[in-house]
Design a protein around this ligand. Structure first.
Ligand code: S3P
Length: 432
């Protein structure tokens, strides 16, 4: 599937199954591997990024087995070894396209007993790793980076000690690396600064029996705690859901119902932004622990432009390409600021959005940390460059639903990173 053609949609309706949340799936595998006992994970994401985490853990000697459950969902079992039970990998740990895999494993391996080299694909080896290495080095880790910032990187496990660390970026991957290194360190690790990113690691550490102290400005963890294996039910991924919510808002007559979706507050900034844009969306929370889960209903909407500011960015960072496409169809201007992290994702997402919106005939003004878009711009179908970035491919597939003529998404197989069934589901939802 190199290229994928998307036609203008005449209708959009249905009740799609949403794949398991990517962030929660990674954490379930990794905390399972660090625990005592067998962890059972239901509805884990089958996408490429989570396979990268499973492959790396397998190379470290962790047994992970997938099977079908009686109700048609998938069951994944992880036999916990604890970091001290990991065996030296005989090859470079290939983290593929996955920032979460490499950065989380950096935190884990820093406090282990073995030496490992981690690397990834052409995109991953261009993404900054110094931000994670910096606090780990302060804790006593031994890490060698390529050109002082990048993978391939080699970690020699060492005895770590707790630190006080102020996070300079709102990155959950960074926060997770420091928390997991803190779990393996001697003493207390206190984290302050930009801690307001997704909180799945904190929730899952508790679910596996660890104690964390948490306030609005500080997180702390005492090293040496033992994790106890548990069952994890992975809810639907709100970042995957975002594409369908956007399509429902854009296609006249659309109606969509989504069930068993993660409604974690730190992940649903896109829903809050859509509601401010005037979207016809109803959200119903059904349960709260260990992760908030519920259902969402969305219908065609007359959207208006909004301003998105820095404090909102962590909760919708992965949805900003989709938001940009939506903003091009809203009434009035949309401004996004404080989102410079978009420049160092799987692609430079500000650039990728601008190149593709312009190719479709829209205008967009970009800045280092965001963009400004005029509303109500007509889009024409054209060739879209995915930049091998799953979220760009999916956001512009939705743009294709409202463009004049056909849209060709190049290198569309990248959707498999987070949503292998994306195009099959799109086709079903557009069927009259
Ligand atoms: C993720 C954190 C975010 C997000 C990524 C998944 C995670 O990255 O963009 O898709 O699972 O922790 P940053 O930590 O770099 O913000």
């Amino acid at each position: 599937m190199a290229n994928q053609i998307v036609h203008r949609a005449a209708c959009f309706r249905g009740k799609p199954n949403i794949p398991g949340d990517k962030s929660i799936s990674h954490r379930a595998l990794i905390l399972g591997a660090l625990s005592e006992g067998r962890t059972e994970i239901t509805n884990i994401l089958t996408g490429g990024d989570v396979q990268s985490t499973a492959r790396c853990l397998g190379d470290l000697g962790v047994s992970i087995i997938r099977s079908g459950a009686s109700d048609g969902t998938t069951l994944t079992t992880v036999e916990g070894l604890g970091v001290k039970g990991f065996t030296s990998p005989v090859r470079v740990l290939d983290c593929g396209n996955s920032g979460t895999t490499i950065r989380t494993l950096m935190g884990v391996l820093a406090g282990g007993d073995i030496t490992a080299t981690l690397s990834g694909d052409a995109s991953l080896v261009r993404r900054p790793m110094r931000r994670v290495a910096a606090p780990l080095l302060l804790m006593g880790a031994r890490i060698e980076l390529t050109a002082d910032d990048y993978a391939p990187l080699t970690i020699q496990g060492s005895k770590l000690h707790g630190i006080n660390y102020s996070l300079p970026v709102a990155s959950a991957q960074l926060k997770t690396a420091v928390l997991l290194a803190g779990l393996l360190a001697e003493g207390v690790t206190r984290i302050t600064g930009q801690i307001d990113s997704r909180d799945h690691t904190e929730r899952m550490l508790r679910h596996f029996g660890a104690k964390l102290q948490e306030s609005s400005s500080e997180l702390s963890i005492t090293g040496g705690q033992t994790l106890v294996a548990n069952r994890v039910l992975v809810p639907g991924d709100p970042s995957a859901t975002a594409f369908w919510l956007a399509a429902a808002c854009l296609v006249p007559g659309a109606h969509l119902r989504l069930e068993n979706i993660s409604l974690n507050f730190t992940r649903i900034g896109f829903i809050r932004a859509l509601q401010r844009m005037g979207a016809n969306i109803v959200v119903e929370l059904e349960s709260e622990v260990p992760e908030p889960v519920g259902c969402i209903e969305a219908r065609f909407s007359n959207l208006k432009g909004i301003r998105v500011t820095v404090s909102e960015i962590p909760a919708l960072i992965d949805e900003l390409p989709m938001l940009a496409v939506l903003a091009s169809q809203a009434v009035g201007e949309t401004v996004v600021e404080g989102a410079e992290e978009l420049r160092v994702k799987e692609s430079d997402r500000i650039e990728a959005v601008a190149v593709n919106l312009r190719a479709m005939g829209a205008s967009i003004e970009t800045r280092k940390d965001g963009f400004t878009l005029a509303g109500r711009q007509s889009l024409r179908g054209t060739d879209i460059r995915s930049f091998h970035d799953h979220r760009i491919a999916m956001a512009f597939s939705i743009a294709g639903l409202v463009a004049e003529g056909d849209t060709t998404i190049h290198d569309a197989e990248c959707v498999g990173i987070s949503y292998p069934e994306f195009f099959a589901t799109l086709e079903r939802l557009c069927r009259p």
